[in-house]
Ligand binder design. Structure first.
Ligand code: CLF
Ligand code: SF4
Length: 526
């Protein structure tokens, strides 16, 4: 589909969505999420040590999913020990990884708890910045309590510095809160797609509950009640919770604003609104029945409408249930069971701590340099329309800088830039353009579609052919800020852009919508 036609097909008219901040504040009580005051997204995944109590910062500072900044420095891994599930979601086909926490279409290597522990220790000895172990399927972690908690118990004993994390649909959660606390599992994700069973029955055909299969409205009602109870119990015990919601256009899009409000009330730390990935080839009910996923602007509209509610996570990569590495990269192939057998595993706690101390030093230095660079860019900003906001795509391989060749990008970070700030608002996966030294021109239209709502793409370098194609699509290729900090580069470009508008050199045009990539990659990173 042509990206420019996506907006016309949208279920949600972006202007129709009422921002959550405009609604009465329903938060009678909640955890860290309310302490910043209404409308101030102060302690979500973008928060820092000044935005939250010290004990919360300790829990999130090196968790790549709970801290946006941490995800550039620290890695997570999943072990696929939980194959069974106690519910059916219409977006899931059990032959694939759990759609909640994984990229559909990639089958995991299922592990026993003993194999899982061996794998975690092997990864920990090779990747000292791996700080978090998550159990996220391929089924539901708590529908497999023995396998999940055996793994957690052994890791709690053998690798005490690794944070433990799990993801669940919530049905079995209230029964397992004691076990969760027993092993110090400090981070729990609950997938909550609705707070109204009438919406839920369109998403969940059945649940298995109290030794029988229950369908329809009653199934969704039980699931909803268990999810809310489980969330409240975790909040009461001081466990940090993240809510994942799958945005399903026409089913729960606007409803997710209500979900955000309800989970904030119950103390959720973060809300991660993810796009439905839905293709017929995945064999899911939704995929086979033509239910589409949201466009990039539909997703952003719902996320923006939740501003002021539970804080949002915007850097989720919808990873697979056996992912290993930094978010956005996957090193699981390096740690298959046969490879682990041949590895010399030395779990050296002191070495890990020393390495992580070094990461912290570099992180602080990078943060300080970025703050200085930003101040410089803001000081140089001319008078511009305060309501003007545009999106820019950025090619980066880390360190917070524009430092990646256009042709080497498998994703672009998206920043919303205005006179006062450059805010990270998400990322877009793309197929790799550069294949073995040559540009793959067939990939260009899909890359353009993925960033079609952006006014510019900031890169370290770009070839003539993609440069021309981007320009023809109305996206400005920009390489003059190569190796600058991203926010500084984005603000500098924005100042220049506004200057060109003011001088009459160009006319500002609104952009259209963009497509969120569905399905597996068609090309591998070089
Ligand atoms: Fe894994 Fe999930 Fe823990 Fe993270 S993932 S169990 S909270 S350690 Fe992270 Fe992956 Fe998104 Fe999940 S990027 S899919 S939010
Ligand atoms: Fe699939 Fe996860 Fe839903 Fe279970 S909870 S049906 S594994 S998406």
């Amino acid at each position: 589909m042509d990206a420019s036609s996506l907006a016309a097909k949208a279920f949600i008219s972006i202007g129709q969505i009422k921002p959550l901040g405009a609604a009465p504040d329903p938060a009678a009580h909640s955890g860290c999420g309310t302490s910043g005051g209404e409308g101030k997204a102060s302690c979500g995944s973008s928060g820092g040590p000044d935005d939250m109590p010290a004990e919360i910062w300790e829990k999130v500072k090196n968790h790549p999913c709970y801290s946006e900044e941490a995800h550039h420095h620290y890695a997570r891994m999943h072990v696929a020990v939980a194959p069974a599930c106690n519910i059916q979601c219409n977006y899931c086909n059990r032959k694939y990884d759990c759609s909640n926490e994984s990229r559909p279409g990639v089958v995991s290597q299922k592990l026993t708890p003993e194999q899982a522990v061996k794998k975690v220790l092997a990864v920990a000895s090779e990747i000292p910045q791996m700080t978090v172990l998550g159990i996220a399927g391929p089924g539901d972690s708590l529908a497999n309590p023995k396998k999940t908690f055996d793994t957690m118990r052994m890791l709690h004993e053998q690798a005490p510095d690794i944070k433990l994390c799990l993801s669940t649909n919530g049905l079995a959660l209230p029964d397992q809160v004691d076990e969760i606390c027993k092993y110090n599992i400090d981070h729990v994700t609950i997938t909550i797609n609705m707070v109204d069973p009438a919406v839920g029955e369109k998403i969940y055909p059945w649940i298995f509950w109290d030794h029988k299969r229950i369908t329809g409205y009653e199934a969704a009602k039980i699931l909803h009640e268990r999810q809310m109870l489980g969330l409240e119990m975790l909040t009461a015990r001081g466990v940090l919770t993240k809510i994942n919601s799958v945005l399903i256009p026409g089913i729960n899009d606007e409803h997710l604003i209500e979900v955000n409000r309800e989970v904030k009330k119950r103390g959720a730390f973060l809300h991660n609104i993810m796009p439905l990935i839905s293709e017929a080839e995945h064999g899911t009910y939704f995929g086979l029945n033509g239910q589409r996923g949201p466009t990039a602007q539909e997703l952003k509209a719902v996320q923006d409408a939740c501003a002021g509610g539970a804080n949002l996570m915007r850097h989720c990569r919808q990873c697979r249930a056996d992912a290993v590495g930094l978010l956005g990269e996957d090193r699981s192939e390096e740690f298959t069971l046969d490879k682990i057998e041949e590895m010399e595993v030395v779990y050296d706690l002191d070495r890990r701590r020393a390495y992580q101390d070094q990461v912290e030093v570099e992180r602080q230095a990078q943060h300080a340099a970025k703050v200085d660079a930003l101040q410089e860019a803001k000081a140089a900003m001319p008078e511009v329309d305060p309501d003007m906001k545009v999106l820019v795509a950025v090619a980066t391989e880390g360190h917070g800088r524009v430092n990646l060749h256009f042709g080497h990008a498998t994703e672009f970070q998206i920043f919303e830039v205005s006179a006062g700030e450059a805010l990270f608002v998400g990322h877009r996966r793309v197929d790799l353009y550069c294949q073995g030294g040559f540009g793959e021109d067939e990939q260009l239209p899909s890359i353009v579609k993925a960033i079609n709502d952006c006014h510019a793409v900031l890169v370290a370098k770009i070839g003539a052919c993609p440069r021309d194609e981007l320009k023809a699509a109305g996206i400005e290729p920009v390489d003059q800020y190569a190796h600058e900090f991203i926010e500084k580069a984005a603000l500098s470009w924005f100042a220049d852009y506004c200057g060109r508008i003011a001088s009459g050199q160009i006319v500002h045009q609104p952009r259209g919508d963009a497509a969120i990539r569905q399905g597996a990659y068609t090309s591998e990173a070089a």
